[in-house]
Structure formats: structure tokens, C-alpha cells
Design a binder for this molecule. Structure first.
Ligand code: AMP
Length: 478
């Protein structure tokens, strides 16, 4: 399966004031206590020293006050301070450029970190529909530190990070630690910054909660709520397809999470079963926002290499960059069909042409008559596609025939023309979901659909790998 590549950004290694002085041959001046502290922190965080007259408010100090980072030690990030603005003499143009490049990302990340830490959820295993307690970040806060977590076994590997199960020493709560390797040359990957900045603004029962961020010399670790499994693994336990009732509940939650994102002009862009986490209660949560991007809809500026091939819509495969929220809705259609049948709908094995051929075989090869403008798309001009006629969708998903509106919803999701694809907001109101009752449409974002007593998973819990979400009855945050 093709995986979109995480594009690294142009962040360069830190050069703090001491190093700049070294380069310019100026002897270091005698520093005051606070200045020494700032310098230590700056070295620890591998980022710029704030201006001398900036305050050092809310700096994260290691409990032992150590000035140099120990191997494997986690440090708390301070709040944003102005980065160095003056290019010092003795630093060549290339170095100055690297400093400028790094400055942007290094300025962004601490802002994200403090905002996330300031909105940590309270309550030990507070369900996602419960309100979250706001916490203020202070130097004494246990968050953002290595000591706060123990790393356990590996859960999976994404395109730019490795995910481990972990346990919070503060609350004994099980967490997921997503470790992003920091490249000495390139610094923090954009994908990570993007994921943090997007997630911090999203508060929804169907979007994974980001609890904390830990910064070390070599790693950036996101601490997420632990979610028992993902849809890909869940389907491995349901060969032949998931129970149709549960498919409806998963699909509704997927669409609900997306409607929330799309209303905020955020596309996920990498929907696939591995990125949909499912907890023991059957709550589905969108994860891995590394390729997501806030956008104005529509936009013409995006790369078309964004979603995994099997779930990639034909317009994007054909080279269109004029895509919008419809991109995610195609993926929803593919995942819907896969959940119900137990088989991927378009399992392209080779390349774009192979993937497109799989789609044409089912939905018919488009022509100018059926898709005005298709012949102008770059990849359509390159190849001569065999002319397939469309087949009835229900022959591929006979399991849906009995459910009112199921085949219709799938058809509306799998429209070749992006503008004809149903939106997430409209899909939530589709008659396929009518049986869930009207209340699901008026729930506050942070409340789970399972807070409605009539909504329950059927025979689903027993096939989720049972993993305790808390190892004790501790009551502290996370
Ligand atoms: P990602 O890099 O986000 O795509 O994650 C890679 C894999 O790690 C996923 O497919 C999941 O199996 C697992 N994973 C990611 N996030 C979590 C989480 N919050 N809880 C449990 N497992 C996770």
C-alpha cells in the first residue's frame, strides 16, 4: 500500500547565543542567575535563546536543576518567547538562513505545547463525553516530563513515528506514546507540528485526545489517550465483514468526526482503517492528523500525494489538485464497503493506473459525457484506459441490500465526480442512519453517541482485544 511521504521541513539545528559568540570570537559575558537559567533551558530545548529582556515565565526546569540533558530524559517546554531576531556578525549567510528557517518552526511548537498542556483533561478515565477540566501549566506541573510516563511495548508504526503503549506515573492511566524521531539536520518534521497544531484545536468524541507533549533531544513524543485497537486490527478479527449494526455505528462516528473537521475547514487526507481507532465501548476516533491540513475550500494549491492509494479518490489519482472535503468522503465510501464486506474495495497492487483501473471496473470508465473536464486531467491524458461499463454496487456489497439506505449512501459516497459526492454533514442525516434516532444529530461535540442509552454495540466488545485503560483506581489527570 502506498503511504504518503512525510515531508520534512527546513528546520536546522539550534545555535544558541553561546555558539554564536563562539563563532564571532566574542568572550561570553558574565551572566545573571536568570540569564544562566534561560541559557540552560535554551540548550536543553535545542531552540533559540529568548531576548535578554524577555521574561522567563513558565520555564520548565528539570527537578534536579541539571543544566545538560541526560540521555533519555524528557524536558518540559517553556512558553513561547521571541526568538533571536538579529543575525550576529561572524555567522555566514547559510547559517543565518538556517536560523531563519528554524525560527519559524521552533516558534510554533512551544505555543502548541503550552496550549495542549493547558487543556489537559481531568478525571482518570473520563469518557470523551464528559467535560474536561482546564489546568494551568506551571513549572511544578508533572506534565511534559519523562518521569511522568513509562514506555511499554510497541503498538504500531506510522509514516513518521512509532507508537508505544505507555503508562502515566501520575495517574496509572494507560496512554499511547507517539514518538517522532527528530532529525538532527531537519529538526521537527512539519507533519508532527501539523498534527499537534491541528489536534490541539479539535475537541470531539470522535477525534483522539492529545494529552501531553514531551520534547527530548532526539524525540518529540505525543501522549495520546490510549485506544484499544484500530479498525484494521478490528477487521482482522471479523473476517467476512463486521456486524451490519456495528458498521452503521462506526460509520456514523467516522462521518461525525469528519463533519466536525470539515466544518472547520480541516481535511484529514489520510483516511484508512489503521487511522481509525476503536475503544472497548465501540467509540471510533480519528487519528493520525499528520497529513491533515487546514484549508480554505476549495483550494488549488495542494499536492495530490496525500492519501493512501486504496482510499484515494479518482480525481486525485488523475492529478487534480483542486480537491476539497470530498477527498475524505471517497475514503469514507471505501471504508464503509470494506467494513461491511471484509474486503478492501479497490485494492490496487501496483500504481496509479492499476488503482484507477480497479475503480473503473466497478464504477465505469469516465468520459467527457459522464465527467466534464476529465480528459483535461494530467493522468487521464497520459493513458488510454479500457472503457468499462459500471456494475451495480450492490453486487459487491450484498450484505447491505437488507439495510434501508445502505446501498444508496455508499453510491453517494463513491461518486467519481467530486462535487457529486455527499458531504459529511448531509451523510449524517442520511436515511441509512435514521434508526439511530434524532438525538445523534444534536449531541454536543464532546459527547459520545454511546451516551444515548439506546445506542449499543452488538457482539462487538468481545472481539476487541481486552486491554485495561487504567491499571489502578488512581484519580489524577489523564
Ligand atoms: P499512526 O502513526 O498514528 O498512524 O499510528 C500507528 C499505529 O499505532 C496505529 O495504526 C495504531 O495501531 C497505533 N496507535 C496510534 N495511536 C494510538 C492510540 N492513541 N492508542 C492506541 N494505539 C494507537
Amino acid at each position: 500500500m502506498a503511504v504518503a511521504v512525510a515531508r520534512p521541513c527546513n528546520i536546522e539545528m539550534n545555535m544558541d547565543k553561546a555558539k554564536l559568540r563562539e563563532n564571532s570570537g566574542t568572550p561570553p559575558p558574565k551572566l545573571g542567575r536568570m540569564q544562566r537559567l534561560k541559557r540552560r533551558l535554551s540548550q536543553s530545548f535545542n531552540r533559540f535563546v529568548p531576548k535578554d529582556n524577555e521574561s522567563t515565565r513558565r520555564q520548565g526546569v528539570e527537578p534536579n536543576g541539571a543544566s545538560s540533558p541526560r540521555k533519555g530524559n524528557y524536558r518540559q517546554l517553556e512558553s513561547s518567547t521571541s526568538p533571536e531576531t538579529v543575525t550576529p556578525s561572524g555567522v555566514d549567510a547559510a547559517k543565518a538562513k538556517r536560523l531563519r528557517n528554524r525560527r519559524h518552526s521552533e516558534a510554533v511548537l512551544p505555543n502548541i505545547v503550552t496550549t495542549v498542556a493547558a487543556s489537559l483533561p481531568g478525571g482518570r478515565s473520563s469518557p470523551s463525553y464528559m467535560p474536561r477540566r482546564r489546568m494551568s501549566m506551571s513549572p511544578d506541573s508533572p506534565f511534559g516530563k519523562l518521569e511522568a510516563y513509562q514506555r511499554l511495548e510497541m503498538l504500531g508504526e506510522g509514516s513518521y513515528a512509532t507508537v508505544y503503549r505507555g503508562v502515566s506515573n501520575i495517574s496509572n492511566q494507560i496512554v499511547a506514546l507517539k514518538e517522532i524521531r527528530l532529525n538532527e539536520e531537519e529538526g521537527t518534521p512539519f507533519t508532527a507540528i501539523r498534527e499537534a497544531s491541528l489536534l490541539k484545536g479539535l475537541r470531539h468524541a470522535n477525534i483522539v485526545i492529545l494529552h501531553d507533549i514531551i520534547h527530548t533531544k532526539n524525540n518529540l513524543t505525543f501522549v495520546f489517550e490510549y485506544v484499544d485497537t484500530d479498525l484494521s486490527k478490528y477487521m482482522e478479527h471479523h473476517l467476512g465483514g463486521i456486524h451490519p449494526h456495528n458498521v452503521k455505528l462506526f460509520l456514523f462516528q467516522l462521518i461525525r468526526g469528519l463533519a466536525y473537521c470539515h466544518a472547520r475547514r480541516i481535511l484529514h487526507r489520510d483516511l484508512k482503517p489503521q487511522n481509525l481507532l476503536i475503544n472497548q465501548n465501540g467509540e471510533l476516533k480519528l487519528a493520525d492528523f499528520g497529513l491533515a491540513r487546514a484549508k480554505s475550500v476549495p483550494s488549488h494549491t495542494f499536492s495530490n500525494e496525500v492519501v493512501t492509494l486504496w482510499y484515494r479518490p479518482p480525481d486525485v489519482l488523475l492529478g487534480s489538485t483542486d480537491y476539497s472535503t470530498s477527498l475524505d468522503m471517497w475514503g469514507v465510501g471505501c471504508i464503509f464497503a470494506e467494513m461491511i464486506s471484509g474486503m478492501p474495495l479497490f485494492p490496487g497492487m501496483k500504481d496509479t493506473v492499476d488503482q484507477l483501473t480497479k475503480i473503473w471496473q466497478l464504477l465505469g470508465t469516465p468520459t467527457e459525457e459522464t465527467w466534464s473536464g476529465v480528459s483535461k486531467l494530467p493522468e487521464f491524458q497520459k493513458y488510454e484506459f479500457y472503457q468499462y461499463t459500471p456494475s451495480p454496487l450492490k453486487t459487491y456489497v450484498p450484505q447491505l441490500i437488507g439495510s434501508a439506505g445502505g446501498v444508496e449512501l455508499l453510491t453517494e459516497l463513491l461518486q467519481l465526480l467530486p462535487r457529486k459526492r455527499i458531504s459529511a454533514a448531509d451523510a449524517m442525516k442520511h436515511k441509512y442512519f435514521k434508526g439511530l434516532g434524532p438525538e445523534v444529530l444534536t449531541l454536543p461535540p464532546e459527547r459520545s453517541i454511546f451516551s444515548i442509552p439506546s445506542i449499543q454495540l452488538r457482539d462487538g466488545k468481545k472481539s476487541l482485544t481486552p486491554t485495561p485503560s487504567s491499571v489502578t483506581n488512581g484519580t489524577s489527570a489523564i
